[in-house]
Design a protein around this ligand. Structure first.
Ligand SMILES: Nc1ncnc2c1ncn2[C@@H]1O[C@H](COP(=O)(O)OP(=O)(O)O)[C@@H](O)[C@H]1O
Ligand SMILES: [Mg+2]
Length: 291
């Protein structure tokens, strides 16, 4: 059952009829605020190449959503539209109920101003396949860059937070080294710490383990599992993860979304989509990634 389901039940127990209070609509509690991310009929093309062809999806607060699907199906593009690294052609992305990237001007949709876009984007942290760490900065300098430059946090306070986060991802002893001295798994954990530094409410991961040697995949997935578990307890971050790690998805995902040629062809809990998929293309895809 979802958090929303529980809230509804609790609310029912305190109904106006039971308490005898005059009925006035209560202000919405946190758990009743609707999905964290709503994607509505999203279309995106690059030139003649239609990449997303009407994608609709809700991502609930505090939940882990996993995108699966063959290469080229539009998973990265969908993630990049969610944080507006890509403009989209039609449809809507709503973050916490607010339209991402555009505003209405006399009935016409125009690109929102950059400060609004940045403010909304600041709610999201992204972890990329290829880490994107600065090679000329130490690990901690990479982690606190956003805090110091964007949030203008005092350097000492930023360094304290950075050190805590590096401890949390198991890199407490790598604070002052340069990324080139790290393994891929350590680099990706540093990139996760960097994403966490800005305290985002949404974490987006784009195939975070697919460029790693097989023996390094586990340490990154373990960090992500810990995040998902901590966050589901305190209803913190919402995670969206593109991955081919079916075991991780089975264990951690609340919702699995299968994309194929720019459409969502199937979605639901991992026990359904991963163990007993109804669409032949999902069956085919899963059997391939399981080897
Ligand atoms: N910036 C871009 N310019 C042109 N085509 C792109 C761009 N990004 C992605 N595409 C195309 O969009 C399609 C979907 O790509 P992508 O979203 O990366 O898929 P996936 O992540 O599922 O592998 C591919 O055909 C890809 O070539
Ligand atoms: Mg991709």
């Amino acid at each position: 059952m979802t958090e929303d389901g529980k809230e509804a039940t609790a609310g029912g127990g305190n109904s106006d009829a039971a308490s005898g209070q005059p009925s006035e609509p209560p202000s919405p509690a946190v758990g009743e605020r609707g999905p964290m991310i709503q994607v509505r009929n999203l279309h995106k093309r690059f030139g003649d190449n239609k990449v997303l062809k009407g994608v609709s999806l809700d991502v609930q607060r505090g939940q882990v959503t996993v995108f699966i699907g063959p290469s080229g199906s539009g998973k990265t593009t969908l993630l990049r539209c969610i944080n507006f690294l890509e403009e989209y052609d039609e449809g809507e992305v709503l973050i916490d109920g607010q339209l991402m990237g555009y505003r209405d001007e006399g009935g016409r949709r125009v690109r929102d101003n950059e400060s609004n876009i940045s403010r909304m984007r600041a709610q999201m942290g992204m972890v990329f396949q290829h880490f994107h760490l600065w090679p000329h900065k130490t690990v901690i300098e990479n982690v606190i860059e956003g805090l110091v430059v964007v949030q203008r946090m005092d350097k000492k306070a930023a360094a304290e937070r950075g050190a805590q986060l590096l401890e949390r991802v198991g890199l407490g002893d790598k604070i002052d080294v340069y990324p080139s001295t790290l393994s891929g798994g350590q680099m990706q954990r540093a990139a996760i710490a960097r994403a966490l530094a800005m305290e985002p409410v949404i974490l987006l991961f784009d195939e975070p383990t697919s460029s790693l040697d097989p023996e390094l995949v586990g340490e990154v997935l373990d960090v992500m599992k810990t995040l998902a578990e901590e966050d589901s307890r305190r209803q913190g971050s919402t995670m969206v993860v593109v991955t081919h790690e079916i075991g991780f998805a089975r264990e951690v995902a609340d919702n699995v979304v299968m994309l194929d040629e720019g459409h969502i062809i199937e979605q639901g809990p991992p026990d359904t989509v991963l163990r007993n998929p109804s669409h032949p293309r999902t069956q085919n895809f899963i059997s391939k990634v399981l080897h």
